[in-house]
Design a protein around this ligand. Structure first.
Ligand SMILES: Cc1cc2nc3c(=O)[nH]c(=O)nc-3n(C[C@H](O)[C@H](O)[C@H](O)COP(=O)(O)OP(=O)(O)OC[C@H]3O[C@@H](n4cnc5c(N)ncnc54)[C@H](O)[C@@H]3O)c2cc1C
Length: 337
């Protein structure tokens, strides 16, 4: 284990914010992690566990200890007639893990193709896309408590998954380093093609026989056409969650805005935050080197050189405007560090 000081986090966050980590250590084995705990570093410093840095907004230099997750490895740990249980180390790259499962014809993760980041961060906000969330295939995870060093296993119900939520973003925030996640994948997958443009993209590709690979290819094509590539433009995907509002409020809004983009949710109606932001005139707005993406109003972008504070202020201005215009409170999805 090698602790470095004043390390630039620029290559380690997809917003391309140039902030320094006061202390920085790469975790390549469980022994590295145990040593960090044995030296009581999490008691001495504020800790930031960093995977792919694709869901963080660094506001300023981080005055604590960054644990960069490089844990690797994956294996089948159990199998039944219908399911296969695959355990992946938390530092594995999410999309590479998805591609591995697809190559084995294991079903369940194909709609979640091409989401940036690590396996270990996937339960933090219960990542979701194209009608799927990881809670649908999640079996269990292992996590090490950063103060006690004890390893705990969390089953599905322990994680309290919700829409872009879990216990790790709330009650247990910052307490654990997730070391592995096990997924329960299907040998006879049920394909989900009814969400967004999946079916039309499958048609365009001329797919006659559905497969996990065909769906993954369709999802990748759609995502590439819609979302800015963080390798080219700094961003963290959707900056805001889609708000859920009471049905009565939706009925009123629908009268005023017949084209409002919305769909039924558990406790009301979910409104497309991108629609609200676009309608309020923010889409494509560019400030000094940062702004709102020109094709996708839900995505805030850094064209180079913006600070986390500037981007955060932009998000605050958008939230205030949406509240004033529609009476709806937007919440941020990205983690402010
Ligand atoms: C272009 C783009 C598209 C995206 N599309 C989607 C999408 O469709 N759906 C979606 O849900 N998300 C999406 N995201 C957001 C992001 O990809 C996910 O949230 C992803 O899971 C973040 O992984 P990460 O490893 O980069 O996490 P990081 O950004 O490194 O960390 C995120 C948070 O999780 C914590 N954390 C990370 N790893 C661990 C660990 N091992 N143990 C404990 N805590 C940990 C961090 O401390 C931090 O608080 C998108 C992002 C981008 C840039």
């Amino acid at each position: 284990m090698h602790i470095q000081n004043n390390v630039s986090l620029l290559p380690f966050n997809t917003f391309h914010i140039d902030a320094l980590a006061h202390h920085y250590v790469e975790i390549s084995s469980l022994d590295d992690l145990r040593e960090v705990v044995a030296q009581k570093l999490p008691q001495k410093h504020e800790v930031l566990v960093l995977g792919g840095g694709s869901n963080v907004l660094l506001m300023h230099n981080f005055d604590g200890l960054v644990l960069k997750n490089n844990l690797s490895g994956k294996q089948v740990v159990n199998e039944t007639e219908e399911h296969v249980y695959v355990k992946a180390a938390s530092g594995e790259v999410w999309h590479e893990f998805v591609l591995y499962c697809i190559a084995q014809n294991y079903g369940g993760l194909e709609n979640l193709s091409l989401i940036p980041g690590s396996v270990g961060a996937s339960p933090i906000q219960n990542i979701g896309a194209y009608g799927a969330e990881i809670k649908d295939t999640f079996f269990e995870l292992e996590a090490l408590h950063l103060h006690t060093g004890k390893t705990e296993t969390f089953a599905l119900n322990d994680c309290h998954f919700g829409y872009r939520e879990s216990v790790f973003k709330n009650k247990l925030k910052g307490q654990f380093f997730i070391t592995s996640v096990t997924f329960k994948l299907s040998k006879n997958p049920v394909f989900r093609t009814d969400y967004g443009q999946i079916q039309s993209e499958l048609d365009r590709l001329g797919v006659k026989e559905l497969s996990v690979k065909a769906i993954s290819d369709a999802v990748c094509n759609i995502r590439r056409s819609k979302l800015p590539d963080p390798a080219q433009i700094g961003n963290a995907g959707s900056f805001f969650k889609n708000p859920v509002i009471p049905n009565e409020q939706f009925v009123q809004l629908k009268q005023q805005y017949p084209d409002i983009s919305a769909y039924p949710a558990e406790r009301g109606t979910k409104i497309a935050a991108g629609w609200l932001i676009e309608k309020a005139g923010w889409k494509g707005k560019t400030l000094d080197g940062y702004g709102v993406h020109k094709n996708q109003a839900l995505v805030l972008v850094n064209y180079g050189g913006a600070s986390g504070e500037q981007i955060y202020q932009l998000s605050t201005d958008i939230i205030a405007d949406i509240q004033k215009t529609f009476g709806i409170a937007l919440e941020r999805e990205v983690n402010k560090i």
